[in-house]
Design a protein around this ligand. Structure first.
Ligand code: GLN
Length: 230
């Protein structure tokens, strides 16, 4: 026991996140397997879960799923629903698959290795994502727990931090059905910019929602009843 505690301490002193040392982390009341290939699920993201569960949905896609925390939680909470969890990282998808099995939703969740919408088929009534959104400049100032141990590609898309939103929005004309909702997590300073991108993409009822700390955290938009696809 002492040796194990010393080993864990050693890892923590090297600034490894507790979630990776323990190998699991709690999110929205469930335990998720976490590895170096996945972003550690954060309480901020529970805001997105609450907003998604506030309305009905049947078929969801979680783009850039990482541990699968968002997709698995939503399917576990919504019995009749099914969907897709995608990630560009095969290693992350393997972790998401384990989490889907652990929480009994593997039969309703298809895992697809994809760069945003490339290789994704079908129409969904809920599109969710916690994409990389940290700017290049902000990334340089993050704690070593993040920069040395979490996947860089899960935290920053580089540049202004908005390119993942642009990629997600580009596919909505083809993949978000009439009256379907899109919910994305954002950084605290990105509300206005991401809301403007949602509006430019033709979404209705665009709203910026705060997290439990009162910081802007989720942008929501709804596909109009009739929309030009493309
Ligand atoms: N909220 C995370 C952080 O700053 C960032 C997560 C993300 O980029 N999706 O630690």
């Amino acid at each position: 026991v002492l040796a194990a505690a010393e080993a864990a301490l050693e890892r923590r002193l090297a600034r490894e996140p507790m979630a990776q040392i323990l190998g699991t982390w709690a999110f929205y009341g469930r335990s998720f397997r976490v590895t170096r290939d996945t972003l550690v699920p954060r309480p901020d993201t529970e805001t997105l879960i609450e907003l998604a569960l506030a309305r009905p949905f049947e078929r969801l896609i979680d783009l850039g799923t990482g541990t699968g925390a968002i997709a698995v939680t939503l399917l576990a909470k919504r019995d009749g629903a099914s969907g897709v969890a995608s990630d560009i990282s095969a290693a992350a998808l393997a972790v998401a698959g384990e989490n889907a099995v652990a929480h009994g939703v593997a039969g309703r969740l298809q895992l697809i290795e994809a760069d945003w919408w490339d290789g994704i088929d079908g129409v969904f009534d809920l599109v969710v994502s916690n994409p990389p959104y940290v700017t290049e400049a902000e990334y340089a100032a993050l704690a070593p727990e993040l920069t040395d141990w979490e996947p860089r590609a899960a935290l920053t898309p580089g540049g202004d931090g908005l390119s993942a939103y642009r990629a997600i929005l580009r596919g909505l004309g083809r993949h978000l059905g009439p009256c379907g909702r899109c919910l994305v997590e954002i950084g605290a300073g990105q509300g206005a910019a991401v809301a403007a991108l949602f509006q430019a993409a033709g979404l209705d009822a665009v709203a910026v929602h705060p997290d439990i700390n009162g910081k802007p955290r989720v942008v929501e938009g709804t596909m109009p009843k009739r929309h030009a696809s493309g």
